[in-house]
Design a protein. Structure first.
Length: 512
């Protein structure tokens, strides 16, 4: 439960690091049992029974990396609301107002967060008498035609042994980038995204809004592991879907324990207000895919509701994973011998000599060594391919975490070399070069144009026929009167004229 609620090695090199830790006793029996009993998180696109029914609170992925264009800062990206269909209006995809969206940072390896950045959201509606999300083309975040908007606050909570030391509001009423309704409604969505990037102060930058889902993989693994004969690989299941993103870029010295201890553990949680007015944790996520394919059904909801310092109760799910046994049964690839202490080291402690903090308490977090500079040419398999700036040292947007994790689970670090993967090696959209780095969301107007149209104002003119006031169609005298009236009044609206139709699209720039 979240505290203080209100109310350079390549494949061989990484194997050497892990084997060295084993040989040194880093994962000897005593070291493993030191993972004290106690529950926690994972890449979660509908990964647990309870949270799958409440997508606003469902944290899909967490990313953490040294910012490639500002290497003295660290960027954290956390996403919510899986499988956002871009055309899913009229309500589209707001952040929940009864939730606390939290980013946790453990900077000393004790499995407890020392820093917590909390995002909370408010919704604002200009005109409740219309069903429309926007009542005309939107050119800015404060455009009167953007009928439904959201803002957020950010608090920084400093903790010691889960007790609150201080609470500081570092941002207030920051605008959220809206859902991308479509090209007619938001002709320059990139400009709206740019307006939603907010400089908080002290070098901290924040963003909240819709984005393309950056996780790329073929989720048909659940159809008997890609059809039982690998006929179901190579399709990016998340292509064309969006998520709600929260991104935070912070000077690295503000989140690390010291220059001599640059490793941080990062995870996110969602807390939802219950009927009694108290906040209860309903989702938690650190490393990708843990709650989806590591934890059995009996543990999934419990895992989402608990905290890193209690992860010992799930240790057997890591040391005796189900996935390799399923792969062996279906594809006859021999499962590595158990217990899988190699997985404990990589995913619960961090790799010694790479991203394992001193005196680490094993727990499920995304661990990042912030002293490792960004790669000039990132490799999708990260550390497995000699790129120490990538997964499992943090997680970049471009890291192919499914392939990397699958190869490790199948014994890559134990000498069982393999090139297993889902044949989806990159995202369908190119990531941005600057903060918040996530790709622009797919617009609701994607797909072919309506039959008989050419991409101009055809469809919007047809819509105008339906929206015009009764009695104005086909009357040239009324058209003339409207034109004269607009000229005399100096109206700032734009007149669309065609086949005897005059539509006041933005007269006086106020919602209708």
């Amino acid at each position: 439960m979240t505290p203080n609620s209100r109310s350079g090695a390549g494949r061989k090199g990484l194997a050497t690091l892990v084997c060295g830790a084993l040989a040194a006793g880093g994962l000897a029996a005593a070291g493993v049992t030191a993972l004290e009993p106690g529950a926690a998180s994972a890449s979660s696109h509908r990964e647990a029974p309870l949270i799958s029914g409440t997508p606003q609170y469902d944290n899909t992925d967490v990313y953490a990396f040294v910012s490639p264009d500002k290497p003295d800062t660290t960027t954290i990206v956390a996403n919510w609301t899986p499988f956002e269909e871009p055309a899913g209006g009229p309500n589209f995809y707001p952040f929940a107002e009864d939730a606390q969206y939290d980013l946790h940072i453990d900077n000393n390896g004790d499995a407890q967060g020392e820093l917590l950045y909390r995002f909370t959201f408010d919704t604002h509606i200009k005109n409740k008498k219309t069903f429309l999300y926007n009542t005309g083309p939107v050119e800015s975040l404060d455009d009167p035609d953007l009928n439904v908007t959201q803002t957020y606050d950010i608090e920084l909570l400093k903790l010691k042994d889960q007790a609150l030391v201080s609470r500081t509001k570092i941002a207030d009423d920051v605008p959220v980038a809206p859902s991308n309704v479509g090209k007619a409604s938001m002709p320059d969505y990139a400009a709206l995204r740019e307006q939603a990037v907010h400089h908080v102060g002290s070098g901290v930058t924040a963003f909240a809004g819709q984005a393309d889902d950056p996780f790329f993989l073929d989720l048909r693994v659940f159809d008997l592991l890609y059809g039982g004969n690998l006929t179901e690989v190579g399709n990016d299941t998340l292509k064309g879907y969006n998520v709600n993103s929260i991104a935070l870029q912070v000077p690295t010295h503000m989140i690390t324990e010291s220059a001599g201890q640059p490793i941080v553990g990062i995870w996110s949680t969602t807390q939802r207000k219950n009927a009694q007015g108290h906040f209860t944790q309903v989702s938690r996520l650190g490393n990708p895919l843990v709650n989806e394919v590591v934890n059995p059904l009996k543990d999934k909801d419990k895992f989402n509701a608990d905290s890193p310092w209690n992860d010992g109760q799930f240790l057997k799910n890591v040391t005796h994973p189900e996935l390799p046994r399923l792969i062996e049964a279906i594809y006859k690839i021999e499962a590595p011998a158990e217990p899988r202490n190699d997985l404990v080291d990589v995913f619960l402690k961090g790799v010694e000599g790479l991203n394992q903090p001193p005196h680490v308490r094993p727990s499920e977090q995304l661990r990042l060594n912030t002293s490792i500079a960004p790669s000039a040419e990132p490799k999708r398999l990260g550390v497995l391919d000699g790129d120490n700036a990538g997964f499992p040292n943090g997680r970049r947007l471009s890291d192919d975490v499914l392939d990397a994790a699958l190869q490790v689970v199948e014994g890559e670090l134990l000498g069982a070399k393999n090139d297993l993967g889902d044949a989806v090696d990159e995202n369908d959209k190119e990531f941005e070069k600057a903060f918040p780095y996530v790709a622009l969301p797919t617009e609701g107007s994607r797909g072919p144009l309506a039959k008989g149209t050419t991409g101009g104002n055809d469809v919007r003119s047809e819509l105008a026929d339906a929206l015009q006031p009764a009695g104005t169609a086909g009357g040239s005298s009324q058209d003339t009167t409207l034109v004269a009236a607009s000229a005399g009044a100096g109206a700032a609206g734009v007149l669309l004229i065609g086949t005897g139709l005059l539509w006041w699209r933005r007269m006086r720039r106020r919602p209708y």
